[in-house]
Design a protein around this ligand. Structure first.
Ligand code: NAD
Length: 307
């Protein structure tokens, strides 16, 4: 069987274009630009990269952005004050607090302080509740992006067995709820699941959001399954890369020349050989997360401006 890729890069770019058209239309009708505030605390290099990509993507989509940076020594009260200010700002439609935040800051209190109508990451309990109850609200960007990718790739979920591996609040759990809403029969697996390969083999649609390189191998995948790989793991060891990618010359070159390559939670050779459709890493799920953040910010502005 030759597996086809679900092209997250292309779908992400299409969503970003649609958002840019939406913001241009708002402006043409005399409204202000949508606004996103990104709160970045401390010096986590990955968080810095994520926030810069979000700021850049905003600019390209005609969204105003404000990056608010604080040192790692901030208190919960400092962050709550930033959030309260952003809640009242007329020019801000979306607030994101880049996670993880330093341990001394109460993450739950910070997320709860965000005005749910500006919670474009969809992590506020009100928005999580809306998702559970199938009501309108903001939805976490990564699983929302995956739903968009499945839809635009023509995957019919009705009555299908969907297995989600991972139960995090930002990916696994909301993913399962969204698949359920589309009438899939959903199973959620996690680190204590017994016979993980056996459960995964039942899946017509398998979503891996674990954070363990190539944990899902050939014997987890039903022939012809649709496989979505959310994991992002860096591989530096050439022998490991050789094993994951079956000696794929491009990947081996990357490890040799750049010192690393990325692998998901699914063994690439297993997806290539057993899936009907799959998301590559990189270029699968990754590009959708930011696209959905922009889309949520536009939606928030349209609601706030009653446009
Ligand atoms: P997390 O660490 O919060 O959750 C991991 C989940 O995997 C847990 O629920 C745990 O029970 C489960 N798990 C761990 N070991 C397991 C095992 N051996 N067998 C079965 N289940 C196991 O992670 P997360 O935030 O959900 O992220 C998961 C992965 O997705 C990470 O690699 C992360 O980098 C990536 N991610 C990618 C994007 C993107 O935009 N592409 C967005 C978010 C997360």
């Amino acid at each position: 069987m030759t597996a086809q890729i679900m092209d997250g890069k292309a779908v992400g770019a299409a969503i970003r274009r649609e958002v840019a058209e939406g913001t241009a239309e708002l402006r043409a009708r005399g409204f202000r630009a949508p606004g996103l505030a990104a709160v970045l605390i401390g010096e986590n290099p990955a968080s810095k990269v994520y926030v810069s990509s979000k700021v850049k993507a905003c600019a390209e989509a005609g969204i105003f952005s404000d990056k608010i940076e604080r040192p790692a020594t901030v208190t919960t009260e400092d962050v709550l004050q930033i959030v309260r200010d952003l809640n009242t700002r007329e020019d801000i439609d979306g607030i994101l607090v880049q996670l993880p935040i330093p341990k001394q800051v109460d993450e739950g209190a910070v997320l709860r302080a965000i005005d749910p109508t500006k919670d474009v990451d969809g992590f506020h309990p009100v928005n999580m509740g809306n998702l559970v109850l199938d009501q309108r609200g903001f939805e976490p960007c990564t699983p929302a992006g995956i739903m968009e990718l499945l839809k635009r790739s023509g995957v019919d979920l009705k009555g299908k067995n969907a297995v989600v591996v991972g139960r995090s609040h930002i990916v696994g759990k909301p993913m399962a709820l969204m698949l359920l809403r589309e009438h899939a029969t959903v199973t959620i697996c996690h680190s204590r699941t017994q016979d993980l390969p056996g459960v995964c083999r039942q899946a017509d649609v398998l979503v891996a959001a674990i954070g363990k390189p190539a944990l899902i191998t050939h014997d987890f995948i039903k022939p012809g399954a649709v496989v979505v790989d959310v994991g992002i793991n860096r591989v530096t060891d050439p022998a490991e890369a050789e094993r994951y990618f079956g000696g794929d010359p491009d990947r081996m070159k990357q490890v040799r020349e750049k010192g690393s390559t990325l692998v998901g939670d699914v063994l690439p050779t297993a997806m290539w050989e057993k899936a009907s459709l799959y998301t590559p890493v990189p270029g699968g799920v990754g590009p959708l997360t930011i696209a959905m953040l922009l889309s949520n910010t536009l939606k928030s502005a349209q609601m706030r401006l009653r446009a």
